[in-house]
Design a protein around this ligand. Structure first.
Ligand code: FES
Length: 124
């Protein structure tokens, strides 16, 4: 049965910020991306670093050498240990889809988030 945890007031996590919380014995990063809340487990699937202590970045894309563009500002979390990047909205790793080496699905555990009467709840 899923549990529901009140973890913060919405005013504690303005857009573009996040807060580390404890819920159900887990450390979780709650992110406000343009007014929508997302929750990621604070464990990197690579070697277990505290992922949510990493920098929040834009996605950097490029169609040709020397030219790049920043998109999706504030939607990417970069692990502080080895710089792997994950999509805050989905928990999925940011990878090159044309990469030829064998790949594995790498995701960060995510949780349902609701906002009720100015409080943020995590569901797990
Ligand atoms: S522990 Fe996160 S990238 Fe290595």
């Amino acid at each position: 049965m899923r549990q529901k945890y009140a973890v913060a007031k919405t005013s504690e996590i303005p857009p573009g910020t996040h807060k580390l919380v404890e819920a159900g014995g887990r450390s979780i990063g709650v992110y406000n991306v343009d007014g929508t809340f997302y929750a990621l487990r604070n464990v990197c699937p690579h070697q277990g670093a505290e992922l949510c202590k990493g920098l929040v970045r834009p996605l950097i894309v490029s169609d040709e050498a020397g030219v790049y563009e920043q998109t999706r500002q504030g939607e990417i979390i970069r692990c502080p240990w080895h710089q792997w990047e994950f999509d805050i909205k989905t928990g999925c790793m940011i990878v090159d889809p044309d990469m030829r080496t064998r790949s594995y699905e790498v995701t960060v555990e995510t949780f349902g988030v609701t906002v009720e009467e100015e409080h943020v709840f995590i569901h797990m």
